[in-house]
Design a protein around this ligand. Structure first.
Ligand code: FMN
Ligand code: EPS
Length: 388
């Protein structure tokens, strides 16, 4: 199972193609659209989100509410394109027009300069349009299909905000999956800790007032994954490694940790590892989950707990200095619009990229062309490990 996305931020549309979803799995566009809508919300988003109404159209691979086993294509239109037709249209334009419109001022913290150097683009719009986090809408669409598959296998995934600008939400490991989902949905900053919500919003408002931006930490929590998914035999089959790679690939994400994460560096082994226990009903389990659901690149059967760090948004109203690639003169960029904090939206993106890696790895471990056979294979495996 894999996916590709295409599309520029202010181009006509985003396209996602997913390959490898088994046939006869129930899938309707409402499942995808609910996820897309969640990604658009959150305190701190800029004006662009008021323009877009992200809705996916399933253009192939699904018929009458069931997958066909063929590639699934999803399309999300950019409503903003109508304001950008002269800049983003596909009709050729005269060279003098091209030069006049070219973006020659790279923004620190963005892909602009490195992308220009790599691809030889003197107009950095050719870089920034694709490197924009607009693309995360297409990734959420792919993840929503993965989430639909996981849900029907009894696996649920939810993302929320743990921290914004150093303001931390308290841990509450006893929350159920439903409580986690409902709480992040009800919160304007997608946090599960009501007591810090207001402070987080104030920090976002203050950053905006100061012309600055702030980052934070998102957490994804997964229940229902059986033990032994992933592998220890090769680096690229380790599921925690796959998840870490996909989280670090989200725009502006700079770090990933599982369970107690970086804290493990400061603790003794006896305070880090999770002792193994057994009972007749469920088989093996752990009394603690400090390692966040992974040992040896495989799931332990405990909830997966993974966190990702998002740096502050690089576009600042109080802009940083840069150098014009044509004149080589220093400048301070002028800004039209930007998010001041996208951590709440990014928690939804993270939820969906994690879901995709889980579904991909499950399908690799239980390869089946038909969804009912996948369900049976996973159910048989669950029973096998319960009795092991
Ligand atoms: C949901 C989301 C929204 C974002 N919105 C903005 C934005 O409005 N302005 C901006 O400068 N960067 C924004 N970013 C971050 C940039 O896309 C990102 O920093 C840039 O592509 C460079 O990639 P890197 O930070 O991973 O190196 C956003 C990221 C995410 C995940
Ligand atoms: C469009 C989205 O996020 C965009 C990500 C982004 C960036 O530089 O990454 C910059 C902003 O876009 P614009 O330059 O059009 O205002 C955000 O709005 C989205 O999340 O759908």
């Amino acid at each position: 199972m894999r996916y590709l996305t295409a599309g520029e931020s202010h181009g006509k549309q985003l396209t996602t193609i997913i390959e490898g979803i088994p046939s006869n799995m129930p899938l309707v566009k409402e499942d995808i659209n609910a996820s897309l809508l969640r990604r658009q919300k959150g305190h701190g988003r800029g004006k662009r989100m008021q323009i877009e109404k992200d809705l996916a159209d399933i253009t192939s691979g699904v018929r009458h509410g069931y997958t066909l086993g063929s590639p699934i294509a999803l399309v999300i239109h950019n409503d903003d394109f109508k304001h950008w037709t002269d800049i983003m249209g596909d009709d050729p334009i005269a060279d003098d027009q091209k030069i006049r419109r070219a973006v020659s001022r790279p923004r620190p913290g963005h892909a602009d300069l490195n992308g220009a150097l790599k691809y030889g683009h003197r107009d950095m719009r050719n870089v920034l349009e694709r490197s924009s986090a607009r693309e995360t809408a297409a990734r959420v669409a792919a993840g929503a299909v993965a989430k639909t598959l996981l849900k029907q296998l009894g696996i649920e995934v939810v993302g929320y905000v743990k921290e914004i600008a150093g303001i931390r939400a308290k841990d509450n490991p006893s929350l159920t999956m439903k409580e986690r989902f409902d709480m992040q949905e009800a919160s304007p900053v997608r946090t599960l800790d009501k007591t810090v919500e207001k402070q987080m919003m104030e920090a976002i408002d203050q950053a905006k007032k100061d012309g600055d931006s702030i980052g934070g930490v998102c957490e994804v929590y997964v229940e229902g994954m059986p033990a032994g998914v992933g592998s220890y035999v090769h680096y690229d089959r380790k599921l925690d490694g796959r998840i870490a790679g996909s989280v670090a690939s989200i725009n502006a994400f700079k770090g990933v940790e599982f369970g107690i994460g970086f804290e493990a560096a400061r603790k003794n082994g006896s305070e880090v590892h999770d002792e193994i226990a057994w009972n007749e009903l469920g088989g093996y389990y752990r009394k603690t989950n400090r390692l966040g659901g992974f040992e040896g690149g495989m799931t332990t059967g405990m909830p997966i707990v993974v966190r990702g760090v998002m740096k502050p948004i690089p576009t600042l109203y109080k802009p940083l200095q840069s150098v014009d690639i044509e004149t080589k003169e220093p400048f301070h960029a002028s800004i039209e619009r930007s998010d001041s904090c996208a951590v709440p939206a990014a928690s939804v993106v993270m939820e969906h990229v994690v879901a995709f890696e889980l579904a991909r790895t499950l399908l690799e471990q239980f390869p089946n062309d038909q969804f009912s056979k996948l369900q049976k294979a996973v159910a048989d495996y669950r029973e096998e490990i319960r009795c092991f």
